[in-house]
Design a binder for this molecule. Structure first.
Ligand code: SAM
Length: 279
């Protein structure tokens, strides 16, 4: 008999969110494959779990996946966990799950916390389904392609983001989508939890200062979004953000005119008048 690969969700903040099945499975497994063994050891200590851990990351998967498969072929159960939340969702775990399927080994989910589901559950944004993007590319054509995909998408789109990139991403989303309802879900299940819902421009104004913590952004689907056009005030906010990042009036006119379908001259003139006002 081969063993079973258990894919175990762990808390995204509040340790009390661990499930009874997760504790039981982690206790009974012969081995735990963890993203960072030090992080997982803290969780295991909290629940008096003594199962040995092995590190499994994208960088060492080629070496470690065959070791885990050996255990499974020898009839030992293995649990895979990430640092927080559900493995294989913007986290390590995909390679071992893939390899286990290929080796005809049973793969069993132990469901539990996930930033994706937690954020969707408190957003109540309209949309034709839910589309999960994980982290957006930080720059370049692929980022632009994703942003314009989100702008056209009838589904409610979910993005993972780091706090220091939140403002850039909200600003790019405002440029791509115009006025649109969205949610910033921050530090879910933790002491400083915040669920902020509003128009993208309100969110940009609310997060004028870079926040701390872990962030998930949700954007309402296109069909259901407000048809309101981008106001001059919102356009001014977008321009000011780009000026603060060192962009020239020419660059701003070129990038925003394409994204917003406005004339380059209008954006250029508005930028020049903003620069004059800032002096
Ligand atoms: N697999 C994990 C899951 O299922 O939740 C997600 C892992 S991904 C590497 C980490 C990202 O998830 C963070 O950068 C943030 O965007 C989001 N995230 C994690 N914990 C969060 C929390 N407590 N509140 C809001 N977003 C969170």
């Amino acid at each position: 008999m081969t063993g079973t690969l258990f894919v175990v969700a762990t808390p995204i903040g509040n340790l009390d969110d661990i499930t009874m099945r997760a504790i039981e499975t982690l206790k009974r497994a012969a081995l735990i494959a963890a993203e960072d063994t030090r992080v997982t050891r803290r969780l295991l200590d909290r629940f008096s779990i003594n199962t040995p851990c092995i590190s499994l990351r994208e960088q060492n998967a080629d070496r470690v996946v065959p070791v885990i498969l050996e255990h499974l072929h020898a009839g030992r159960d293995v649990a895979v966990v990430s640092d927080a939340g559900t493995p294989a969702i913007s986290d390590p775990g995909v390679q071992i799950v893939d390899a286990a399927h290929d080796a005809q080994i049973a793969v069993c989910p132990i469901p539990g916390p996930s930033a994706l589901c937690s954020a969707v559950s408190v957003a109540a944004l309209k949309g034709d389904g839910i589309r999960f993007f994980g982290f957006l590319p930080r720059s370049g054509k692929e980022r632009e392609r994703r942003l314009s995909g989100i702008a056209q998408d009838p589904a409610c789109c979910v993005i993972y983001e780091s706090p220091h990139r939140l403002r850039d991403t909200l600003s790019d989303l405002l440029a791509a989508c115009g006025s649109r309802r969205a949610v910033v879900a921050r530090e879910l299940t933790k002491v400083h939890e915040e669920v902020r819902r509003g128009d993208l421009r309100d969110l940009l104004a609310h997060f004028a200062v870079e926040p701390k913590g872990e962030i998930t952004i949700l954007i309402e689907g296109k069909e259901t979004a407000s048809a309101e056009c981008l106001s001059d005030e919102a356009l001014g906010l977008l321009i000011a953000d780009r000026l603060a990042n060192g962009a020239s009036a020419k660059d701003i006119a070129a990038s925003l005119s394409g994204a917003l379908g406005l004339s380059k001259k209008k954006i250029y003139d508005l930028t020049v008048s903003l620069i004059a006002r800032q002096r």
